[in-house]
Design a protein around this ligand. Structure first.
Ligand SMILES: Nc1nc2c(ncn2[C@@H]2O[C@H](COP(=O)(O)OP(=O)(O)OP(=O)(O)O)[C@@H](O)[C@H]2O)c(=O)[nH]1
Length: 220
C-alpha cells in the first residue's frame, strides 16, 4: 500500500516557531468507504467542506493551538480495503504508528457501524500486544441526514462506553466546531493516557479517567 505523504503545501497551517517544545500526535482515521473520513480531515485542516475528495491515502501535518500550546497533528486519512471481508482490517504499520484513532461510521449506514465495531476489537487486541496507550474516539458522521438515520445515537454511545472510547456525532458537511472538538478531545485523551502511564497525570487527567469509567460520554 502506498501512502502519499502530503507536504505542507496543500493543506498547510502554521509552522512551529520559537524554541517551544514540539508536541506531536499521530492520528489515524479509519472506517468503511464513504463515511466521511476525508471530509472530517479536510474540515479540521481547512475549516471547509468541499464535497468530493477523491481516493488518495495521505498523511497530513497540521499545527494547532490547545491551551496556548502548539500541537502538531499528523493525520493519516486511510482508505478502506476494497474487499468486504477485510473492511475492518488495520495493518501492523498503522497500529504501530497511531497514538490515537478516529473510527468513523455514517449514521445512515449500519454496515459502516459494524466495521467500526470490528476495528475497536482489533485495536484493543493490538493495544494489549503492543502495551500501547493509544486512544480511540468513535464518530458517527453525517448527523445532518437525520431522515436517513439507521444507527441511533444510543447504539454509538453504548459501543463507545463498552470499549472505553470517546464518542461524538457530527456533521462534517455542516459544522467545523464539532469536528474540531473530536481532534482536540482525542489529543487530550492521548496526553492523559501517556501521563497516567508515566505517573504524571494531574488532577484534570484523573477526573477525566474517572469520567470515562463512569460513562460520561459527549455528543456534539
Ligand atoms: N450529507 C453529508 N455528506 C457527507 C458528510 N461527510 C461526508 N459526506 C459525503 O460523503 C461522501 C464520502 O465522503 P469522503 O470524505 O470521501 O468519505 P471517505 O470515508 O473518505 O471515503 P473513502 O475515501 O472512499 O474511504 C462525499 O460525497 C461527501 O461529500 C456529512 O457530514 N454529511
Amino acid at each position: 500500500m502506498v501512502v502519499q505523504v502530503k507536504s505542507r503545501n496543500r493543506y498547510s497551517s502554521k509552522t512551529m516557531e520559537g524554541n517551544q517544545q514540539k508536541v506531536e500526535a499521530n492520528i489515524l482515521l479509519l472506517g468503511a468507504e464513504n463515511v466521511g473520513k476525508s471530509a472530517l480531515t479536510v474540515r479540521f485542516l481547512t475549516r471547509r467542506f468541499i464535497g468530493e475528495y477523491g481516493d488518495i491515502e495521505s498523511i497530513y501535518s497540521h499545527t494547532d493551538k490547545i491551551d496556548g500550546r502548539e500541537i502538531c497533528f499528523n493525520i493519516w486519512d486511510s482508505l478502506c480495503p476494497q474487499n468486504a471481508e477485510e473492511s475492518g482490517y488495520i495493518s501492523d504499520r498503522q497500529l504501530q504508528w497511531a497514538d490515537g484513532y478516529i473510527l468513523v461510521y455514517s449514521i445512515c449506514d449500519r454496515a459502516s457501524f459494524n466495521v467500526v465495531r470490528q476495528q475497536v476489537q482489533c485495536i484493543r487486541q493490538a493495544k494489549q500486544k503492543l502495551a500501547s496507550t493509544a486512544q480511540i474516539i468513535i464518530v458517527g458522521n453525517k448527523r445532518d441526514l437525520q431522515h436517513r438515520r439507521t444507527v441511533s445515537s444510543e447504539e454509538g454511545r453504548l459501543l463507545a462506553l463498552s470499549a472505553d472510547c470517546g464518542f461524538f456525532e457530527v456533521s462534517a458537511a455542516e459544522t467545523y466546531h464539532g469536528v474540531l472538538m473530536v481532534f482536540h478531545e482525542l489529543f487530550e485523551l492521548i496526553r492523559e493516557a501517556k501521563a497516567l502511564k508515566k505517573g504524571t497525570a494531574g488532577f484534570k487527567g484523573i477526573v477525566r479517567s474517572m469520567s470515562a469509567v463512569f460513562g460520561r460520554k459527549r455528543t456534539e
